[in-house]
Design a protein around this ligand. Sequence first.
Ligand code: AGP
Length: 605
Amino acid sequence: MCGIIGKAGVGNVTPELLEGLGKLEYRGYDSAGIAVLRNGRPERVRAVGKIANLRDALDKTPLEACVGVGHTRWATHGAPSEANAHPHNSPDGKFTLVHNGIIENADALKRTVLADDKEWESETDTEVVAHLLQKFYTGDVVKALAETQKHLKGSYALGILCADYPDTIFAAALGSPLIAASVEDGSCIASDVGAIGGTLSEVYKIENREICMLTRDEIRFYTPDGEPCEKATVTVVPDALSMDKGGYEHYMLYEIMQQSSAVRKTLEPLLAGDFDLGFDDAFVRDGLKEIRVVACGSAYHTGLAAQLLFERFCRVPCRAEIASEFRYADPVVDEGTLTVFVSQSGETADTLAALRLAKERGAKVLSIVNVRGSAIASESDAVVYTNAGREIAVATTKAYSAQLAVFYALAVRFAAARGTIDEARRAELTHELAALPDKIQEAIDRAEAPARKLAETMAATQDIFFIGRRLDFAASMEASLKMKEISYINSQAYAAGELKHGTISLVEQGTPVVSIAMDGGMSDKTHSNMSEVRARGALTVAVTGDKNADAFADADVLLTMPDTDEWFTCSLAVIPMQLLSYYTAKNRGCDIDKPKNLAKSVTVE
Ligand code: AGP
């Protein structure tokens, strides 16, 4: 996952590289490093942990030069140590490079082409690239890079310094995002356009083994074989990468509080009928045979809700699929299949690979993406953007809510097109959908204090269970993921009726079991399951709508949310759960915005 940046500029580039790395920290924060070329000699400073540690290290050992590259790491090969931190050097010190991606055949290369190389500084896959460059270098870096790329399998975005070219950065990429751009005082590369300061609108996307050479005055391109070529810029509308926390202690809490507005901004165009889906209602009515929603993590959880919406309400078969499974499952999809890829970042490697597979097999490809211009958005037949604004906390909240909102709007539209709802019901649902942002705000206002109080008890627990049926089960899955990813408490979500088929044996005196029962049609059943765990000593927490509050009055802790239509309950059920996770993690002293072992963008499989 990792983020890379580089600049060939006029003055000292280190402060800019450091600032850019701060903006790339969402891609990983196991270690960070910067290397510069000073008078043709590479110098580097690396530090384990977050960018703040690198900043401290640079205070002690300043780097000053007008050409440099930087890296923030999410460890794939080798522990998060200084030795494994990028930039990495070739044994002769001529090459210094940063890498995002995975060299899948690194071990094989060490056994074959690089069998004579005995000196390895790190346990990383990246170091083989530095060794290959040294091996193939005869004075021309572009040629050496072309030859090196022939041996590499996997994915990479590379930023390379060569001691013989003191004012130049070389770059190449395959399957990992990398842009190059001219700025006022030089040329830059970065994993994300947002990491480069200023207001960029024209950038080069380096792809498919293309090679790029940047000096402060020019950017040149070469084919994978090392022949000079022309390349056009693309226009980008960079998402404002504001680092503002809105006065809150953590981005996560700020983003929870922004959910009403994120959902409103996402729904506005959709409620006004502004859909560009790449197909029309006639296809939805007559051509659509099946929907597959493919995604990872929380985005996959929105698929669990979508699956119910499309099947129950639109009467079209729908399956939510985990992207890392879908891509290797040899799925049967064709022109009658609508595949929907959901991603906040638009960069998730498994989701992107699954998308390419679906496209190859002739399925229609629609994506629901938050980051504009991202790879998933660019490669889809059509995109519906969630207008949640950039999300920085690793644990998603507002993007998840905005994704759900898109599915609601799609489901209403599909149901109308397929005639599974009449005009009156469509108007009713549309009206309720328009009211959803206000209800989300009300849910936040109502849940904040009780969630904070309940979190005092939760902080000391070892295990938590979340149970629910139908859409409440989809919400339980998300609630459970939120809890475990930021509080590190072992939490599990179960379809409420499934608990007694094994998992109930884990319930002991005082084990918290959260029953989500927003779906009126299922609340009696879920209440029975709550009673079953209560009989075994569980601490029962119930989340339900106002209408059902009396039925759940026997819960140890009752959180009531505003009522909404059965179709949209997931959006309100998750709000108290997000707040509960947040305050539980806070009470446990966890690093809420950057939980251990995680990164915001998962760009490796
Ligand atoms: C959720 O809180 C996660 N951090 C994670 O599961 C995330 O939803 C998943 O990695 C998918 O990311 P994407 O939406 O950027 O594709």
